[in-house]
Design a protein around this ligand. Structure first.
Ligand code: ADP
Ligand code: ZN
Ligand code: ZN
Length: 681
């Protein structure tokens, strides 16, 4: 006598939305069990799911294959976990199997029962998560925030200035949980891998090395499996990771923390394009667990949720100890020599600091911001032949690299178009800024009479393993006087001796086609300002410099006062008038094809099929348009925007649309995908 078992397996993106496949088993298998099952000619890892696939009838017995083996020894994945996966698949319009299997560590998917048993023998032991070396006395702000967390249901938005001690609040909230419930586990999310070691270090110091396990894509597969198992067995008390960790199996989940909740890297940009921040809130509500979001510059979505009473805002406006926020100096670049990279007053301020032996940090908005090569006598520029983008000049190995498709070539000796040998970078890459600054400061001396030491830190200089840590260590130990870099140097780092931070070209973000650009810029500048004056000794002299051609922009007025609420109010008013998120809900249908016509034809056919479908009367569909970067690696890309003031209506339409999209046969189409709550349109 055998039974039918529904099993979700890794299937292509859109092939089995909402579905599981039927297998045969001699024994009943608990939902959430991991099994090996045959799929086509392969054997794959699958998860036993809850009910028989909807609307399916028992297939003919001879067509149903038997379950291979059960991965014994591993407790089944909880119903909460399965619901999280089901919700993600439905909400973000992806296959259930795809989401479920992607949420498991890659190595687990490849193990058979015997191999797994061996792994299980080597798991991290269960720890008490005992509180260890000394903890600071709470500031009044911190104490008040923690009292709120203890007594109210949340979700909470911890709106705390940079340096206000948000991390201490996370630590104490976790501590309170572990003391209250001996089995409980906490999930802590951080936006970037770069930031995990620092936060992990602080959790380890507080709770001991075995209590904390990391989960992020920078780990090897065996490391990830080890962490995952420790979390799944309930042994790890604290799971600390990047967005993927929101799917960790944490059976005794008692608290979720999302640090820097506004950070765009919480949004996955391929496959199931989920927002880990949003899923964390969903997961918390579904499991009855408190969620704590923290930021100095919250997303406007979260800010609005506070205003409407959906989230509880906990404010920590002051820095811990004697740390004060730096004074903001806005330089009107219209009054500076034409073409100057560094204004006269900014250069003077940097020089003065160098002569006093203090550190400065200079940053550009983006990696290699437009260091495009251009010809001086014709209009040739270093375009990528396969993308509608310029390739970026990388001086270090004299190459031109496309940041979209990766196409790399050595820099030509002369202009490929007219033969002129005078080809030079246009714009201001980090390398060029570093080089230029070195020239400007060549005569400047440190207090010890030595020349100034400039270092550059960006995605290129930190590509090699360990390079980032090494460079950071050099900054911390004082071996660097001026650090030049992209926005990556502005995030999170607790630099002690920096008393000047300068943004040299922030204006591009003011006039971007992306309506979120000002929000990002404000957040970036506030974060950057947060790097200065963290040390009481130098605090009062610390400054944040901003060079701009638009000094009257209201964003800078709010920045001068470190006034996020004023900025948010102004932005929300604009968004409301324009009916933009968070006052509206969006989704994008994206298509890729060999030609732009084909991509757009698919989108148009999809749009034409929408009227009459559920929810469609409350959803606006816009015309198909080429994507901002229209062509990547010779593939043409286009998108269609859907907008609604009702999330349920948008969701209903997307669900009803799904089978229609799958049925559309457009010749020459390469692929399509839906992006729900897109971060960039
Ligand atoms: P944030 O995350 O809000 O930017 P941090 O948590 O990094 O701030 O705290 C800034 C600094 O203040 C850190 O060096 C931290 O150790 C210290 N700190 C935090 N809380 C306290 C406290 N209650 N007493 C003394 N120092 C504290
Ligand atoms: Zn030329
Ligand atoms: Zn390219």
């Amino acid at each position: 006598m055998s039974t039918w078992v529904p099993v979700v397996v890794p299937t292509p993106a859109h092939s089995s939305i909402g579905g599981a496949l039927s297998y045969r088993s001699e024994l009943p298998l608990a939902a959430g069990s991991l099994v090996r099952v045959p799929l086509g000619k392969r054997e794959v890892c699958g998860v036993v799911w809850d009910a028989a696939p909807q609307g399916s009838q028992d297939p003919p017995a001879d067509r149903v294959k038997p379950v291979g083996e059960l991965l014994e020894g591993l407790p089944p994945l909880s119903s909460h976990w399965r619901q999280l996966v089901s919700f993600t698949a439905a909400y973000y319009q992806r296959g259930l199997g795809e989401v479920a299997l992607a949420a498991l560590p890659p190595q687990l998917r490849g193990l058979d029962a015997k191999q797994l048993t061996r792994r299980l023998k080597r798991t991290v032991p269960r720890t008490e998560g005992a509180v260890g070396p000394g903890r600071p006395e709470l500031t009044p702000d911190q104490a008040q925030a923690l009292a709120g967390i203890a007594t109210e249901p949340g979700p909470f938005l911890l709106f705390g200035a940079t340096g206000s001690g948000k991390t201490e609040v996370y630590l104490r909230a976790v501590e309170a949980l572990l003391q209250r419930a001996p089995e409980a586990q906490a999930l802590v999310l951080v936006p970037e891998i770069n930031l995990t070691p620092q936060l992990q270090e602080r959790f380890v110091q507080r709770f001991g090395p075995d209590a904390v396990v990391p989960l992020h894509s920078g780990m090897t597969n065996p490391q990830r499996l080890r962490s995952w198992i420790a979390a799944h067995l309930g042994n790890a008390r604290i799971v600390l990771g990047t967005r993927m960790a929101v799917f960790a199996s944490v059976p005794n989940l008692g608290l979720i923390v999302v640090d820097e909740e506004h950070d765009p890297s919480y949004k996955q940009q391929e496959g199931a394009r989920y927002s880990a921040r949003d899923l964390a809130v969903w997961r918390g509500r579904q499991e009855g667990v408190k969620v704590l979001l923290g930021s100095a510059t919250p997303s406007l979505e979260s800010w609005q949720a506070c205003e409407r009473g959906r989230y509880r805002c906990l404010e920590m406006p002051t820095r811990v100890g004697a740390g004060v926020l730096p004074a903001v100096r806005i330089v009107n670049m219209n009054h500076q020599p034409k073409g100057a990279l560094f204004s006269i007053p900014l250069l003077a301020a940097i020089t003065a600091r160098l002569e006093r032996g203090e550190q400065s940090l200079v940053f550009l908005n983006r990696r290699g911001y437009a260091p495009v090569l251009a010809c001086g006598s014709c209009d040739w520029r270093s375009e990528c032949s396969q993308c509608s983008a310029y390739r970026v000049f990388h001086k270090i190995d004299r190459t031109l690299r496309c940041h979209h498709c990766g196409f790399t070539e050595r820099v030509p000796h002369a202009c490929p178009s007219c033969g002129n040998v005078d080809i030079a970078p246009l714009g201001r890459g980090t390398e060029r800024v570093e080089e230029h600054l070195a020239e400007l400061l060549a005569q400047t001396r440190r207090p010890d009479g030595q020349p100034v030491r400039i270092a550059r830190m960006d995605a290129d200089s930190t590509r090699l393993k360990g390079a980032l840590e090494e460079q950071l260590a050099r900054v911390h130990s004082g071996e660097v006087d001026v650090l030049v870099g992209t926005q990556m140097i502005t995030k999170g780092h607790d630099f002690r001796r920096i008393t000047l931070v300068a943004a040299i070209n922030p204006d591009t973000a003011l006039f971007s086609s992306d309506f979120r650009a000002p929000e990002r810029l404000f957040s970036l500048l506030m974060q950057a300002a947060g790097r200065a004056g963290r040390d009481a000794v130098h605090a009062d002299a610390s400054e944040m410099w901003v060079q701009t051609w638009n000094p009257q922009h209201p964003l800078f007025a709010a920045l001068k006062k470190h006034d996020f609420p004023a900025f948010a109010q102004e932005q929300l008013k604009e968004r409301e008038q324009a009916a933009m998120p968070p006052f509206a809900f969006q989704a994008l249908l994206r298509a890729e094809a060999r030609t732009q016509e084909v991509a757009q034809a698919f989108l148009q056919a999809a749009a034409d099929a929408a009227p009459g479908l559920e929810g469609s009367s409350h959803v606006s569909l816009y015309a198909p348009v080429p994507m901002t970067v229209q062509r990547v690696a010779n593939v043409e890309r286009a998108q269609l925007l859907l907008e609604s003031n009702s999330r349920p209506a948008l969701q209903a339409l997307l669900a009803a649309w799904q089978p229609v999209l799958q049925g559309l046969r457009t010749k020459g189409l390469i692929r399509w995908a839906v992006d729900v709550d897109p971060l960039a349109i």
